[in-house]
Write a protein that binds this ligand. Sequence first.
Ligand code: NAD
Length: 307
Amino acid sequence: MDIGIIGAGNVGIGIADALAYLGIGKKVTIFNRNIDKALGEIWDLNDSIPLLNSDMELFATDNYNDLTKCDVIVITVGAKQRPEQSRIELLEENLKITKEIIENIDKVNLDAYIIVVTNPVDILTRLAIEISQRDKSKIFGSGTVLDSIRLKEAIGEKLNINRKNIHAYIIGEHGDSEFPLWSACHIGPLKLEDFNIENLEEFKKETALKVKNRAYSIIEKKASTRQAIGVSVANIIKAIALDEKKIFTLSTNIGELCKCIKKDVCLSIPCVLGKNGIEKKLLMNCEEDEFELLKQSAMKLDNIYNL
Ligand code: NAD
């Protein structure tokens, strides 16, 4: 697989590192407006390739023509959150950048899958779908993939169960209105309700809050997040490359599934991902209160989009 990464910042390089460490991708091209930063990053990563299970070739560029043959292009460019700043507050700065990037990618490559990572990811994914000339199904956002991993980790830690045996999803906005789809949470064969958790409501509230605040906590300590988003996006790319049919909570429009949510709004729901991109969007009969939260999340994102 030939992969393009727009942005040689924390997230862009976090993704490149993860691809190299996991042995995903044959050719990775890193695009950055400051070519020297991209060159320095690929030289550094390149020196580690002989020690890894990877035969990846790395390139740096500031020219969109070098992305013509990419199968997947990941957008990571833009302003990042400062401590206590919400993802939504990045919108003004990142809207213009994302629009320009999509228009430039469209001029050279209309076939690649586009994965939006820049925040606010749901709104920028919607923008990308609206303005790009490519097949709309080829564009989605990394959404709440990382939040869902954090949720499994938080549940596993509290219940002393291996996270790999926990099925749990954060859906809605990748941001302050996100929430766990508790009705679909399973610990091995058991529904969460059947696990005999003392004070279940308190457990749910604390866990959801911990997950929601995780990025804020990390940004407060080290100014940005990098590792986990890098590995998350590398796993999304791997699912496409190897046709894995794995389930990820990706940002996508759910109009056809939910008539009462405006069709263009993008937010995260569990999606089956394979060589054809999002092959199925899964939105089960969630509880009424969960559906209400999803609607609220959608309304918030729609209002901001239309400002
Ligand atoms: P960073 O500052 O380290 O890197 C940003 C990159 O964008 C740099 O390469 C910079 O040169 C480039 N850039 C900034 N403004 C530009 C412009 N006007 N034109 C062209 N290039 C420009 O930031 P980061 O930590 O890599 O974060 C990047 C984005 O990813 C942020 O929006 C951040 O919020 C988002 N992010 C998303 C998730 C997620 O789960 N979706 C997780 C972490 C970070």
